[in-house]
Each structure stands twice: as C-alpha cells, then as structure tokens.
Design a protein around this ligand. Structure first.
Ligand code: ATP
Length: 263
C-alpha cells in the first residue's frame, strides 16, 4: 500500500535557529490512508515541525514530503487542523467560526454565499456529531473550554479534509473533558475514515486513540520507535484500566525516557 503521508529523510533547520541545530534530522515517517497515527516525544523534539512540514507550512531543507501522492510545495488544502488553543474569533458565532475555512478553501469559497444554508446545515450536523447540538448560535465566550475545542474540531472538518492534523488539541482541558473528547475523536475517525496525525504529550491519549504510535528523539528529532496498537475497535474507555493498556503506556514511557536521556 502507498502511504498517504510520506516524509522521507527530511532535515529541517529554522532560518532563525540561533545554534543552527536542525529541528528535525533524517526524519522518515509513513502513514497510511485512514490511519490514526500519534506522535509522542520529549518537549521541543520537533513534533510541531513535523506537522508544519506535512501541511506545507514549512519546507524541508533536505528530503521529501509527499502527501496523497504529491510532493508538498504549498500549504496542503486537503488538510484540516486543530490546535491546543481553539482560537475562535470572539465576534463570530460558533457556526460562523466553523464556516471560516470555507472562506479560504476552493471550491467552497466561490459557493459559500449562494449555498450558505447548505453549509450551515453541514456545520450544525458536525456540531451534533461532537455533542453540541443547537449550540451554533452561541459566541465562543459563551462556551466552556471543552465546548470550544469540540467546535474547533468541527471547524477543522468542515471542508471534509482527507488529512486531519491535531496538535495537542486536548492539552488545556481537565482530564474528564479530555477523555470525553477522546471518544468524540474516536467516533469522528470511525465515521469519516479520515487520516489523522495527533501530536500529544499524553501517552494514554496516544495509546487509546492511535493505530500506531511514533516516538521521536530529542532535538534534532527523528523517529526512534514505532509501536502498533492492536486493541480492537471501537475502543471503550474501560480499556485504559486494563493491564495490557498500562503495559503499553509503560513501554512508550520507556522510549521517551531513553529519548530524553540521549539529549
Ligand atoms: N520559528 C522557529 N525559529 C527557530 N527555531 C524554531 C522555530 N520553531 C521551532 N523552533 C525550534 O525547533 C525545535 C522543534 O520545535 P517544535 O515546536 O517542532 O517542537 P515540539 O516537539 O512541538 O515542542 P513542544 O513539545 O515543546 O511543543 C525546538 O527546539 C524549537 O526551539
């Protein structure tokens, strides 16, 4: 099978890096279509850089980045993104925030004005899927942090991306809300067959959600371990209390500890 995301032997140094040390070096990672991949690693190891390379927000100094069969040379339109901070515009309602990417991405951009009702219905359908039915008229400041993050997932999905990039999306939430959102994410992935790359510091989150977990070394980042997660789907939160789950988290923690030591 051809990988959907194929990052091959990539080295990237930021122009402003004072010490000239690459953020990532000889980074190779391949993710299949429809796969849920999680990237974990010590702080500053280049996880966000990997995201930027895969979405065309940065270009590698060396190596190649291929997404959906094409070498990445500009921001990747087939990607949707959600970050730790939902960054919703406070003067727009939740639905209007969700519609925002459509004002940029073609062919939606040209269709949006004429077919607004159709797109609003789509946004409301997504809100229902993430447990926010009927909340679309509210402003972001009327929503809790967890609700805003749910809405930002809708915004990332509104243009039906084939690739969803999640950079620490649940990092700022309390642990109960976080686990609720794991289930939302699990269900969205099952329903949409979208390829997902999740960057996280939370090893339990990676183990619960992913098909494969990739561990990165300390800077300059590269993949030091790759672990398939074979728990059957759909997964219930109950599995996080099993010895097998604890063992997996323990194993991942060992890889990160090694990676930090090597720094
Ligand atoms: N715009 C930039 N200019 C210079 N150096 C940068 C820039 N962005 C990131 N870096 C450096 O590149 C390295 C990797 O950064 P990156 O944000 O990808 O790491 P990360 O693993 O996502 O970090 P964290 O886990 O702390 O969020 C870091 O050491 C950082 O200092």
């Amino acid at each position: 099978m051809k990988p959907f995301v194929d990052i091959h032997d990539v080295t990237h140094v930021y122009a402003r890096a004072e010490d000239g040390v690459p953020a990532v070096q000889n980074l190779t990672i391949r993710i299949n279509e429809g796969e849920f991949a999680a990237i974990v690693g010590p702080s500053g190891c280049g996880k966000s850089t990997l995201m930027k390379l895969a979405t065309g927000l940065q270009f590698p100094r060396e190596g190649t980045v291929i997404v959906d069969g094409k070498e990445v040379g500009a921001p990747v339109k087939l990607a949707g993104m959600a970050f730790q901070n939902p960054t919703m515009l406070p003067w727009r309602t939740t639905v209007d925030n969700i519609l925002l990417p459509l004002e940029i991405v073609e062919p939606h951009r040209s269709r949006l004005r004429k077919h607004k009702a159709e797109y609003v219905a789509k946004a409301e359908g997504l809100l229902e899927q993430v447990g926010l039915k009927g909340q679309g008229h509210k402003y972001p400041w009327q929503l809790s942090g967890g609700m805003q993050q749910r809405a930002s997932l809708c915004r990332a999905l509104i243009h039906e991306p084939k690739l969803l990039m999640l950079d620490e999306p649940f990092g700022a939430l309390d642990s109960f809300t976080r686990e609720e959102l794991w289930c939302v994410m699990r269900d969205l992935h099952a329903a949409r067959k979208v390829t997902i790359i999740l960057v996280t510091h939370d090893l339990r989150e990676a183990a619960f959600l992913a098909d494969r977990v990739f561990c990165m070394s300390a800077r300059p980042g590269h993949i030091v371990a790759e672990r398939e997660v074979t728990f059957p789907r759909p997964r219930d939160l109950e599995i996080t209390y099993t010895p097998e789950f604890s063992e997996l988290v323990h194993e991942l923690r060992g890889h990160i500890a090694q990676a930090r030591k090597a720094a």
